[in-house]
Design a protein around this ligand. Structure first.
Ligand code: NAD
Length: 249
């Protein structure tokens, strides 16, 4: 169910992507009137949205979008897809996220809240099973791959920026996202069927992996933005790490 409109000015970075587009549609759906998108390509054409086409790793492109949109809330979902080379991840996830953060902590910036789309992969080493893992778990010493390594770097920068000036930040860690507009997962499912590989089972069927519907992931981003700045009694989240059960595979 939709939360009420806040009438903030939203800039969805990566807003022409799969998740980004759902975030844009949910913002419009709850009656937000100031919704802008920053993306390197324009895949949607929409009269209710202002599109700023540019590269996240170029300060002049980012400044242009922030200045013109007068964004107060930034939702940063941009990333190259999983499975590419290291250089593009360094450029977009690390340099790009740094460029964005540098711009939003400027004293002249209108941005007060930033929500970052991280990934569950930031705490996964690939070496051990994870059961009921949550945000108390530390990053693994050796990241899974270049994609996840740069998502860790970006997430750390985002979380460190919380409280700089009057900026509030948080990061959300979805795992596999499915739903209309998906540009990655469905290709894999399709090729498994096309290649007759449905008889294969990986593992002994005791491990669970989560997929989340894209609408729910988008909704989580709206709620995170709405609630950033709300003070909760945090004590229960500061329980010692030993309360997490990590069983070795
Ligand atoms: P997507 O590729 O559909 O969307 C990403 C968007 O970022 C694209 O529109 C792309 O054009 C844009 N982008 C890429 N480089 C850019 C740059 N240099 N400057 C500006 N824009 C740029 O991917 P998605 O599946 O919607 O993923 C969104 C976010 O969710 C990503 O941060 C990804 O790491 C994260 N995530 C996705 C999944 C999943 O299963 N899809 C799982 C966990 C985390």
């Amino acid at each position: 169910s939709n939360s009420p409109a806040t009438h903030e000015s939203y800039l969805v970075v990566g807003g022409c992507g799969f998740l980004g587009r759902h975030i844009v549609e949910q913002l419009l759906g709850r009656g937000e009137t100031q919704v802008s998108v920053f993306d390197i390509v324009q895949r949607h054409f929409d009269n209710n949205v202002t599109f700023y086409i540019g590269d996240l790793s170029k300060p002049e492109d980012v400044d242009n979008a922030l200045n013109k949109s007068k964004a107060t809330v930034v939702i940063h979902t941009a990333s190259p897809a999983h499975g590419l080379g290291r250089a593009i991840y360094e450029k977009v996830n690390v340099d790009g996220t740094r460029t964005l953060l540098d711009a939003v902590v400027e004293s002249s910036s209108t941005v007060r809240k930033l929500v970052y789309t991280s990934t569950g992969g930031v705490i996964y080493s690939g070496k051990e099973d994870m059961v009921n893992a949550d945000e108390r778990l530390d990053y693994p010493a050796v990241p899974l791959d270049a994609y996840n390594e740069t998502k860790v770097a970006a997430e750390k920068m985002v979380l460190r920026s919380n409280g700089e000036g009057d900026l509030l930040t948080c990061a959300i860690r979805p795992v596999g996202i499915f739903g209309p507009g998906d540009r990655q997962m469905i290709n894999g499912f399709y090729s498994v069927i096309k290649n007759g590989q449905t008889k294969w089972q990986i593992g002994d069927n005791t491990n669970l992996g989560d997929f989340t519907y894209v609408g729910n992931v988008a909704h989580a981003h709206l709620l995170a933005a709405d609630k950033l700045g709300t003070t909760y009694p945090y004590s229960s989240l500061r329980d010692p790490i030993s309360s997490i059960d990590i069983s070795l595979g």
